[in-house]
Write a protein that binds this ligand. Structure first.
Ligand SMILES: C[S@@+](CC[C@H](N)C(=O)[O-])C[C@H]1O[C@@H](n2cnc3c(N)ncnc32)[C@H](O)[C@@H]1O
Length: 313
């Protein structure tokens, strides 16, 4: 990534095509970031149509506002977590909603502790004005809890031993009255996976990801928000979601599978008592859309992206 580029949007054309933008409807980009997807969407909107852009990171809003200034009042900015979607927008208010989950290149590359390659204090909050930093989080949780999140969020083996070593590094830093840094986590990871040197970078990335997900309550944010998004969509409206790892993808599929069913009765009931008419969405593609060879070549950070598209019935 060249210096000065906030974030290269992933699956850009695929997302915008999948949204099937229609005249007369408003849209939402729940993960504004550097505004790459929003810019392309805004270009397709007519006078009077609005694009609601959410980000909990003030730096994203500042950068995107500058990039998107020419669209004026067409864009409405929400410095909010996207779980507030249902509070900010009315039911059936939107023709389409986009999520490009995770963090931006800017967040990875700046000094906020998101990257295992950095040497700054571990903050990891997307909204650095609220909530608990990674440092506070690691000082508070138990070894058992940490082992669980390392396993569940990033599927890490030997999570118990890893949690023990990470927390002993955290305690040592506290004893020395200094902040924990990436180096503290990295040395625990290198010790636990000493025999897997060639995998260190990917293991480190997964450990950082697992902790970041907890610091930002990422899974509960996704659950709350996409449920709200289904209700915010008008009939035929599109819901487009890019995920970057298996826990995100599983969460999206699980939440949306409930809205794909007509009958919500318990399996052990002999007959349907719910009315059998609950289906709210259908899948547009059987398989998720992934980046083409060209995109993978130009943007290595797109390599784990998968786009799922649903349509409101
Ligand atoms: C992958 S980046 C989006 C990049 C954007 N599509 C672009 O083209 O520049 C994800 C963005 O979503 C934001 N984000 C992630 N989770 C969020 C949440 N729960 N609420 C609001 N913003 C969130 C992050 O702060 C980050 O800026």
């Amino acid at each position: 990534m060249s210096a000065g580029v906030y974030h290269i949007p992933v699956l850009l054309n695929e997302c915008v095509e999948s949204l099937c933008i229609r005249h007369g409807y408003d849209y939402a980009d729940c993960t504004l970031g550097g505004g790459g997807h929003s810019e392309k969407i805004a270009e397709l909107l007519n006078e009077g149509q609005k694009l609601h852009c959410f980000d909990r990171d003030i730096e994203a809003l500042v950068a995107a506002r500058a990039r998107l200034a020419r669209f004026g009042e067409k864009i409405i900015y929400h410095h909010k977590p996207f779980s507030d979607l249902g509070k900010e927008l009315a039911p059936e208010a939107l023709g389409g909603v986009l999520y490009d989950l995770g963090i931006s290149s800017h967040q990875i590359d700046t000094n906020r502790g998101f990257s295992f390659a950095g040497n700054e204090a571990l903050d990891m909050r997307m909204d650095s004005g609220s909530g608990e930093s990674a440092q506070d989080y690691l000082e508070r949780i138990s070894e058992k809890e940490l082992a669980k999140i390392l396993k569940e969020n990033s599927d890490l083996e030997m999570s118990g031993r890893l949690a023990r070593l990470i927390l002993s590094g955290v305690a040592a830093a506290k004893g020395e009255d200094r902040k924990i840094t990436a180096a503290d986590l990295n040395s625990a990871i290198e010790e636990v996976y000493a025999s897997r040197k060639k995998d260190w970078n990917s293991l480190k990335a997964r450990v950082f990801q697992a902790i970041r997900m907890e610091v930002n309550s990422e899974i509960s944010e996704i659950k709350k928000s996409i449920e709200a998004a289904v209700h915010c969509l008008k009939s035929s409206g599109r819901l487009c979601i890019i995920t970057y790892h298996s826990k995100e993808a599983r969460t999206v599929k699980e939440v949306l599978s409930l809205f794909e069913k007509n009958c919500l009765c318990n399996n052990n009931l002999p007959v349907c008592v719910c009315g059998g008419n609950n289906r709210k969405i259908k899948k547009v593609n059987k398989k998720p859309v992934t980046p083409c060879v060209e995109e993978l070549k130009n943007n290595s950070r797109s390599r784990s992206a998968s786009l799922r598209v649903y349509e409101r019935i």
